[in-house]
Design a protein. Structure first.
Length: 143
């Protein structure tokens, strides 16, 4: 029986997604989101913001890169994946990314004329199969 690795999170993109391609031509979108938590403590409002790196493969990644920009609100469903590399200092470094399996558009920004900036062609909900053909360090985009 496999262990469970599932995450559901809502946040805003901290910058525009970056679309790259592997040597075999598979597309991958990389982006990060900010997730805010607010609570009351001793009568004062407290805030904490966490930042998460995300990757999305294939057509799903292309859709995210096309329709989402810095500040866009997104709901993600996926899994956590750890990666590691040897730094120039000779030490092993680790990072944990969210690998996106599904996502939802949560808002559309209004332009100055009151029109939606997001075209009406994308679905409001996606249900892509994961296009990620890799499960280890081969997944690093080279182009």
């Amino acid at each position: 029986m496999s262990d469970i690795n599932k995450i559901i999170i809502i946040g805003r993109l901290t910058k525009d997604p970056e679309l790259k391609y592997t040597q075999s031509g598979t597309s991958i979108a990389s982006f990060s989101i900010a997730n805010n938590k607010t609570w009351m403590q001793d009568g004062a409002k407290k805030d904490q913001t966490s930042f998460f790196n995300c990757t999305s493969w294939g057509k799903q990644g292309e859709t995210i890169a096309k329709y989402f920009k810095k500040g866009s609100r997104i709901a993600l469903e996926g899994r956590l994946q750890q990666r590691s590399w040897d730094g120039s200092d000779g030490k092993k470094h680790y990072a944990v990314d969210i690998v996106v399996e599904n996502f939802n558009f949560l808002d559309s920004k209004k332009s100055e004329g009151g029109q939606d900036n997001i075209p009406r062609e994308p679905p409001t909900t996606t249900n892509y199969e994961s296009d990620n053909p890799f499960s280890d360090e081969d997944s690093i985009p080279l182009k």
